[in-house]
Structures are given as structure tokens and as C-alpha cells.
Design a protein around this ligand. Structure first.
Ligand code: KG4
Ligand code: ZN
Length: 444
């Protein structure tokens, strides 16, 4: 294995650990871009009977799985001992506190024992950097969880599909990032590495949460996103019309999702403060009301063609809103590239609609390959590399400032604004943050 990168610099290899929700994951990532190994033990089968993630069960399963997952990730990357690496990275929020604790405590122990620096990573920043990873690695594999063989979206993607993606993001800024996961829906303007401005976020449910809740209403199975997508394939999206929250009707323009991807009336974001915000709770209620109305009329809804039609209409409504607002923000802020990330970015309709729109207007669009859309540790290793570089350059800038030179002023975005070095007591201070924001305050 090469110990230098393209620039002739020593290769920086980071062991990353991710346990923020229901995936126990570990990876070794080189120079923030190359996946040397990527292990994911999914807990989907364990939580299926609850119809959602059961936090106490999740944290206990992390305890059982984490050691094997980390050992496998090291072995896949041909790392004989942690000391051969350059840093340990771990997700410290946002997420389930009991789940985060398992990864954070193991990472603290490994860093303390090996003398390596510990890099705490924001889970959302991890999703952002899933778009910077090259997906050409041959050492990508999954650790079987209970009854589950891999951590890819829907658990059924073929190897080639798992590797498919729109290529890695470039160094072109500003970039527009749409984060769509089970817990978050955010439109973020990325002004440079690790520098973010929040443009909008969901006011209630996240997009993935809405997929999960609607799948539950329709009894389509768990997890809801892949289940809705599968049902929608045989559904007719035009049979029912569902609302597009926080949008207004608009003429079809270059900014709008493609006509073939969206057969329904085109939309524009509402004017004013909610222009780039989202709301999916009302859409879920609209599905519930539709189901009740159909049942009153004597129509069997669950697990029928009607369920497939509702799933297709719901998916189309979510995609219309996500692509419409992303397209509008991209035009407004004159961004140089657009990245979509988080579990919902595995959605086929969302990817196709976004690809059509941005290809037509000639703006580079990046979606991670499917195996990097849902939670994984490779994205944490990528984010750790860029954050560590960012914090080190900021430290140098502030030292320069103290010596009377110009230093760059940047917004702080995590509780830890410097790498944690092994000698300090910082190890003991590193805590978990169940609701750690990516960006502290909303600026427009
Ligand atoms: O990013 P992620 O793995 O975990 C969080 O950080 O929340 O996202 C999980 C979410 C779930 O809500 C799941 O239903 C959704 O991503 N998801 C999808 C698809 N695959 C996963 N939603 C729509 N379509 C999919 N194909
Ligand atoms: Zn996630």
C-alpha cells in the first residue's frame, strides 16, 4: 500500500467509528477521499418488529458488535495495529445518546492507548463529506448484522449499483448541500471546506422520517424509504394529488424539476422566511386523511394497488419539494456544484429528478453511491480529515494574527474547535451531543 499521496505527502490514514443510530460502522480512510475499508453492521432486522429504531436495543447491539466491526475494518485495510494510523475519528452527535456513547468511549480508549489524536465529527458533516469520497475502492464490504447482510439502501442493491454515484465533489465553492436523512432535512451553503451557512431546514418532520411514517401507515414495511420506493415502482403517482408544503404553484421554468420526472403541476418555494425551509408533517397527515376518505368510500387501502399509488404520489410530492427548493437555492446563490446526501439521497426518483434538472442547466450534481447514502463510517473518516486540516489551518491563522498578520475569521460549528491531542485531559471532556447542529445560527 502506498504511503504517500499524489502530492508526495505522507498519506493520512484515519480510523473512523460511527454509532449514532442503528448502524455499527468502522472504516479506514486515506487522505479524506480513499476508502481502504468500510464495515457496516446493520441492525435493521432487530428493529423491524418495532417499526422503528428502539434506542436501548440499538445501544446494546452496538456494544455487542463494535469490537468485531473495528477489527474487521482494520484487517480489511491491512492495518496490523492502530498505532500505524494517523488519527481516530468518531461521531459525537447528533444522534441517540446511548448509541453515540458506545462509539465515543471506544474511540477515546483507542486514542488514549495508541497516543493518536482524536477527532470528534458531526454526523451531518459526515454526510456532507460522503460526496468527497471516491467510490472506486475494492475493499468495500459489510459486516453482517443480525439477519442483515449489508448496510446499503434497502439491503438489495447489486454490487455495481452500490458503487454507482455521480462522482466525487470538487474543490469548487460555494457548493449547495441538501442533507436529507432520517432525522434532518437541511439546505446548506458550503462556502469552503468546513464552512457552512444554513439556508433552511425542516420545521417539523425530516424527509426520511416522513417516508418512514407513511410506510408505516400503508403497512409497507421497515425501513420506510426503500419500502415506499419499491411500492411506488408499480404505482401511479397521478391518481392522487398531495400537497407540496411551503411551496406555491409556478410556471415550468429552467429552475423546475424535469417534466418527465414530475408529472404534477410545477412548484416554486414560498416567498419570505420559509423559502428554503421544509415541512413534511402536513404531507403525512394528508396521506392519513386520504386513506381515511378512501376507506369511508369502501376502498381497501393497505397492501393493495391503492397503497402503491399513494406511495408513488407521496414520493413525487417529497421529490418535487426537495428538488424545487434545491434548484431555487442553487440559482439564488450562484453555486458551482450541488451535493445531495443522507439516507434519502438513495431514493431513485430524487436522484433522477435532480440529475435531469442540473444536467439541463449545466451545474455539476453529486450524489453519493448508494452504499454511502445511509449511515457509514467512511464518511466520518472523510469529514475528520477535512475538519482536522481546517482546524489546523485556523490555529496557524490565529497564531499569525497574534503576530500581527491577517487571519481568516470563520464561524465555529462544533463544540470542539481544535483537534484533541492525546496528551491533554480533553479525552475526558469529549461528550456526546444528541442534537449537535451543523451550523450554529441561521444566517441569510
Ligand atoms: O442517513 P440515514 O441512514 O440515517 C440518519 O442519519 O437518519 O437515513 C435514514 C433514512 C431513513 O428515514 C430511511 O427511510 C431513508 O433514510 N431512506 C430512504 C431510502 N433509503 C433510505 N428514503 C427514501 N428512499 C430511499 N431509497
Ligand atoms: Zn445519517
Amino acid at each position: 500500500m502506498s504511503l504517500t499521496n499524489a502530492g508526495g505527502l505522507p498519506e493520512c490514514r484515519i480510523l473512523a467509528i460511527e454509532t449514532s443510530c442503528d448502524e455499527t460502522a468502522a472504516a479506514v480512510v486515506a487522505d479524506g477521499r480513499h476508502i481502504l475499508s468500510n464495515r457496516v453492521a446493520s441492525q435493521i432486522e432487530l428493529h423491524r418488529r418495532f417499526g422503528g429504531v428502539y434506542p436501548e436495543v440499538a445501544s446494546r447491539q452496538h456494544v455487542l458488535a463494535i469490537q468485531t466491526v473495528v477489527e474487521d475494518a482494520l484487517a480489511d485495510a491491512s492495518v496490523a495495529h492502530v498505532r500505524e494510523l494517523d488519527a481516530i475519528a468518531v461521531t459525537h452527535g447528533p444522534g441517540l445518546a446511548g448509541s453515540l456513547l458506545v462509539g465515543v468511549n471506544l474511540a477515546k480508549g483507542l486514542a488514549f492507548a495508541s497516543g493518536l489524536p482524536l477527532v470528534p465529527v458531526n454526523h451531518l458533516e459526515g454526510h456532507v463529506y460522503s460526496n468527497w469520497l471516491y467510490a472506486d475502492s475494492s475493499s468495500v464490504s459489510d459486516s453482517p448484522g443480525p439477519g442483515e447482510s449489508n448496510g446499503s439502501a434497502g439491503g438489495s442493491a447489486s454490487d455495481s449499483a452500490r458503487r454507482q454515484g455521480s462522482g466525487s465533489a470538487s474543490e469548487q465553492f460555494p457548493a449547495l448541500i441538501l442533507i436529507v436523512s432520517g432525522g434532518h432535512t437541511e439546505l446548506v451553503l458550503m462556502e469552503g471546506h468546513c464552512r457552512y451557512r444554513l439556508l433552511g431546514a425542516t420545521l417539523d418532520d425530516a424527509a426520511g422520517e416522513a417516508f418512514d411514517k407513511v410506510a408505516r401507515l400503508l403497512e409497507l414495511g421497515y425501513p420506510g424509504g426503500p419500502a415506499i420506493q419499491a411500492a411506488a415502482e408499480s404505482g401511479d403517482a397521478s391518481r392522487f394529488h398531495l400537497p407540496r408544503p411551503l411551496t406555491r404553484p409556478g410556471r415550468r421554468t429552467e429552475r423546475q424539476p424535469d417534466a418527465q420526472a414530475s408529472s404534477l403541476p410545477t412548484i416554486l418555494p414560498v416567498r419570505g422566511e420559509h423559502r428554503f425551509n421544509f415541512s413534511f408533517s402536513g404531507l403525512k397527515t394528508a396521506v392519513l386523511n386520504l386513506m381515511r376518505q378512501l376507506e369511508r368510500e369502501g376502498t381497501e387501502v393497505r397492501q393493495t394497488q391503492t397503497a402503491a399509488d399513494i406511495a408513488a404520489a407521496f414520493q413525487m410530492a417529497v421529490v418535487d419539494v426537495l428538488v424545487g427548493k434545491t434548484a431555487d437555492a442553487a440559482a439564488e446563490f450562484g453555486v458551482k456544484q450541488v451535493c445531495i446526501c443522507g439516507g434519502v439521497s438513495a431514493n431513485g426518483l430524487l436522484r433522477r429528478a435532480a440529475e435531469r434538472h442540473f444536467a439541463r442547466i449545466g451545474l455539476p450534481l453529486h450524489c453519493p453511491p448508494l452504499f454511502l447514502c445511509t449511515d457509514n463510517a467512511a464518511m466520518i473518516g472523510a469529514a475528520a480529515y477535512y475538519r482536522r486540516s481546517f482546524l489546523q489551518s485556523r490555529q496557524h491563522a490565529s497564531m499569525g494574527q497574534r503576530h500581527g498578520q491577517d487571519g481568516e475569521a470563520v464561524a465555529q460549528s462544533t463544540p470542539h474547535d481544535r483537534p484533541i491531542e492525546p496528551s491533554g485531559r480533553d479525552f475526558l471532556d469529549l461528550d456526546v451531543y444528541a442534537s449537535l447542529p451543523l451550523v450554529d445560527s441561521m444566517q441569510r
